[in-house]
Design a binder for this molecule. Structure first.
Ligand code: IPE
Ligand code: IPE
Ligand code: MG
Length: 228
């Protein structure tokens, strides 16, 4: 693999957990659990390849309308991940960041997420960014309102400072698993020039070799950014 063509920032829309479970006649929560295991392996692999930021779309603002039972299962997974997996990440020089409106999550989950961020190394070589109750439209509205509150008229890349992703470069590559070809409210502003990669592989089956395939495809793309 051409090391010069490793994306600095990958966005990952982890879709297909429910269908993966359904195929096995199992409840959706079984798929989400398998999805979390896949995410852990993908994050490790991305870090080893030299990717600096991996943003995982974990829960959208629209997903919050799903049945309470499914949401509770997802919150239980967040608890499990943030209690069990962070030390290993920190030890490898990596950290976590959370984007989205987490104020609606159970209080203890909010504490875990906040501590996870605060205890992350300041100069992390790799940052795993969790998009939780994240929606690009709310993010942009929030950013505009913050600027208005401060009486600031924005121009150029002025909005960047007010986005959740402040300080993080735009995603070079966005991968969506699960067969749908849409962004579903993920990083709409930041994705202006992202390369998009769609695969039918359901997220729990998305492994290291699948990530290599996506990056290999990315490395062949010519990014023109409007120039000739
Ligand atoms: C993605 O998998 C994970 C979340 C949205 C939380 P889905 O739960 O959307 O799985 P499908 O699309 O129903 O298969
Ligand atoms: C996108 O998947 C959200 C996440 C992966 C967290 P959805 O399953 O919610 O997307 P739609 O509903 O198919 O667009
Ligand atoms: Mg889905």
């Amino acid at each position: 693999m051409d090391e010069n063509r490793i994306p600095l920032h990958i966005g990952l829309i982890m879709d297909g957990n429910g269908r993966w479970a359904k195929k096995r006649l199992m409840p959706r929560s079984y798929g989400h659990n398998a999805g979390m295991n896949a995410m852990i392996k993908i994050a490790e692999h991305a870090q080893n390849l030299g990717v600096k930021y991996l943003t995982v779309y974990t829960l959208s603002t629209e997903n919050l309308l799903r049945p309470e039972e499914e949401l509770e299962g997802l919150y239980a997974l967040f608890r499990k991940y943030f209690k069990k997996n962070l030390q290993k990440l920190y030890n490898s020089g990596a950290g976590v960041k959370v984007i989205g409106d987490v104020s609606v999550l159970p209080e203890d989950v909010q504490v875990l997420l906040r501590d996870g961020e605060n205890n992350s190394p300041k100069d992390a070589a790799f940052t795993l960014i969790f998009a939780i109750n994240y929606g690009a439209r709310s993010e942009i509205l929030r950013a505009c309102n913050l600027a208005v509150e401060r009486g600031e008229k924005l121009d150029g890349s002025g909005l960047d400072a007010y986005l959740y992703t402040h300080g993080v470069p735009d995603p070079d590559l966005i991968i969506r698993t699960g067969g749908e070809k849409r962004l579903s409210n993920f990083l709409l502003y930041q994705a202006a020039y992202s390369e998009l990669y769609f695969t039918d592989v359901l997220f729990p089956d998305f492994d290291e070799a699948e990530l290599d395939k996506a990056i290999a495809e990315y490395s062949k793309r010519e990014r023109r950014f409007g120039k000739i």
